[in-house]
Design a protein around this ligand. Structure first.
Ligand SMILES: O=C(CO)[C@@H](O)[C@H](O)COP(=O)(O)O
Length: 221
């Protein structure tokens, strides 16, 4: 996999034609699968049976983003389905370290996501337990929202911690990522970019290529 990853979010895809929508993003790195429970966030998407089918037909690996309550209970099931990475919310897990260890034990990369209002400091010391940190650049729940540039100090904080520790950690951003905003996130330290409406709002293969070019022009110094 490349050192900068573009992960289209199928939240913006046509759910009735998911298989062809997945084939349309075969040039991306991973497919970002937004699982929402209408409890942790005010929206409802899918659960294990649909994710299992996506896993079966997707040409690229699954990057599962759990926007669900009680992550401790439900997240391991997504790793068992074969997801490449499983990211749960810091705000939704009672024992994040224990859960991350369980995900890794099953064979998935373990990710932790932070809502815009969540302080990064308590999570800096447990970074070795994770393979990925997701800094939300919108309030989770819906696609098509505006990028929150005021999340860049948080992203930089994780980028500094990553550099200081030498950890092989992916820094992901999600929400409002487009050719106009991806460079801002890349400069602040993101290396993994989730984009929904920016990819599915045009010809996905072309949009993915444009996002790659824009990200590559703005690498973190
Ligand atoms: O997790 C979420 C929303 O909660 C995202 O993955 C969105 O699906 C991103 O959509 P765009 O902001 O790129 O349209």
């Amino acid at each position: 996999m490349t050192d900068q990853r573009i992960n289209p979010s199928i939240l913006s895809a046509d759910f009735v034609n998911l298989q062809s929508e997945l084939e349309a993003i075969a040039s991306a790195d991973l497919v970002h699968v937004d699982v929402m429970d209408n409890h942790f966030v005010p929206n409802l998407t899918m659960g294990p049976p649909i994710v299992e089918r996506i896993q079966a037909v997707s040409p690229i690996p699954l990057d599962v983003h759990l926007m669900i309550s009680d992550a401790d209970r439900w997240a391991p099931g997504y790793a068992e389905l074969g997801a490449y990475s499983v990211t749960f919310h810091a705000e939704a897990a009672a024992e994040p370290v224990k859960l991350a260890r369980r995900l890794r034990e099953i064979g998935a990369r373990a990710g932790i996501a932070l809502k815009p209002g969540t302080d990064p400091e308590p999570y800096l010391e447990i970074l070795p337990e994770f393979d990925q940190v997701l800094v939300m650049t919108v309030e989770p729940g819906f696609g098509g929202q505006s990028f929150m540039a005021d999340m860049m100090p948080k992203l930089r904080r994780f980028a500094e911690a990553k550099r200081a520790s030498g950890l092989d950690l992916w820094l992901q951003v999600d929400g409002g990522i487009s050719v106009d905003t991806i460079g801002i996130a890349a400069e602040a330290g993101a290396d993994t970019f989730v984009a929904g409406s920016a990819v599915y709002g045009g010809v996905p293969e072309e949009r993915i290529a444009d996002l790659r070019t824009a990200a590559a022009a703005h690498r973190h110094a």
